[in-house]
Design a protein around this ligand. Structure first.
Ligand code: ADP
Length: 184
C-alpha cells in the first residue's frame, strides 16, 4: 500500500481505501444516517438496501425508545445481510457555513461511533466520509477532522485495532490520502 494510505497509531492501524462500504468485512460499518434513522439517500440508502429490513426494524425500536438521533450521537444495530456484523448509525452535521458548531458535531459523530464500537468490544470499524455528500460539508475541512478524531481515539487503549475509511469516489479518496500525508 502506498505511504499515504495507512497510518499506525500505537498498535492500531488507520487505512484509506476507495470502495463500497456495504461490502466491508470489518466488525462494524458506520452509516452517515439522518436523525429519523428511517433510511435515506447516499450511503444510508445503500446500507439499508444491502442489509435488508432487519436494520430498519432495529432503528424503529431505537427511535420508539429514545426519539430521533441528534447530530453528533451514534447507535448500533445488526448489519443484516451484509458481511459486517454491526452498523453504527451516526448523524453528521448539515453544513451551514461553519459557525453552527459543525466542526464539533462532526468530530463528535466520529468519536461517539468509535466509543460505541469499543463498548461492544469490536476490533475493526469502517467509516464513510460523514456529512460530505448531501449534507454539504466541504471535503477539505471534513477530512482532517475525520482522520484526527480516529488517530486521537486510537491513542488510548481500546478493543479497536483497525479503522478503515471507505471512500466511494476518487475525489473523496484523494482528499483523505492527501490529508493523511499532512497529519502524519
Ligand atoms: P451525508 O448526508 O452525511 O452527507 P451522504 O450519503 O450523502 O451522507 O454522503 C456521504 C459520503 O458517502 C459521500 O462521499 C458519498 O459519496 C459516500 N457514499 C455513498 N454511497 C456509498 C457507499 N456505498 N460506500 C461508501 N461511501 C458511500
Amino acid at each position: 500500500m502506498a505511504e499515504n494510505e495507512t497510518y499506525t497509531v500505537n498498535q492500531s492501524k488507520i487505512s484509506i481505501i476507495q470502495g463500497d462500504i456495504t461490502q466491508q468485512t470489518t466488525d462494524a460499518i458506520v452509516n452517515a444516517a439522518n436523525s429519523s434513522l428511517m433510511g435515506g439517500g447516499g450511503v444510508d440508502g445503500a446500507i439499508h438496501r444491502a442489509g435488508g429490513p432487519a436494520i430498519l426494524e432495529e432503528c424503529i425500536e431505537i427511535v420508539n425508545k429514545q426519539g430521533r438521533l441528534p447530530a453528533g450521537q451514534a447507535v448500533i444495530t445488526t448489519a443484516g445481510n451484509m458481511p459486517s456484523k454491526h452498523v453504527i448509525h451516526t448523524v453528521g452535521p448539515i453544513w451551514r457555513g461553519g459557525s453552527q458548531r459543525e466542526p464539533d458535531l462532526l468530530a463528535s459523530a466520529y468519536r461517539e461511533s468509535l466509543k460505541i464500537a469499543a463498548a461492544n468490544n469490536l476490533a475493526s470499524v469502517s467509516f464513510p466520509s460523514i456529512s460530505t455528500g448531501a449534507y454539504g460539508y466541504p471535503l477539505d475541512k471534513a477530512a482532517p477532522i475525520a482522520l484526527k478524531e480516529a488517530a486521537s481515539f486510537l491513542q488510548q487503549p481500546s478493543s479497536i485495532k483497525e479503522v478503515v475509511f471507505v471512500l466511494f469516489d476518487a475525489r473523496t479518496y484523494e482528499a483523505y490520502t492527501t490529508t493523511l500525508g499532512k497529519i502524519k
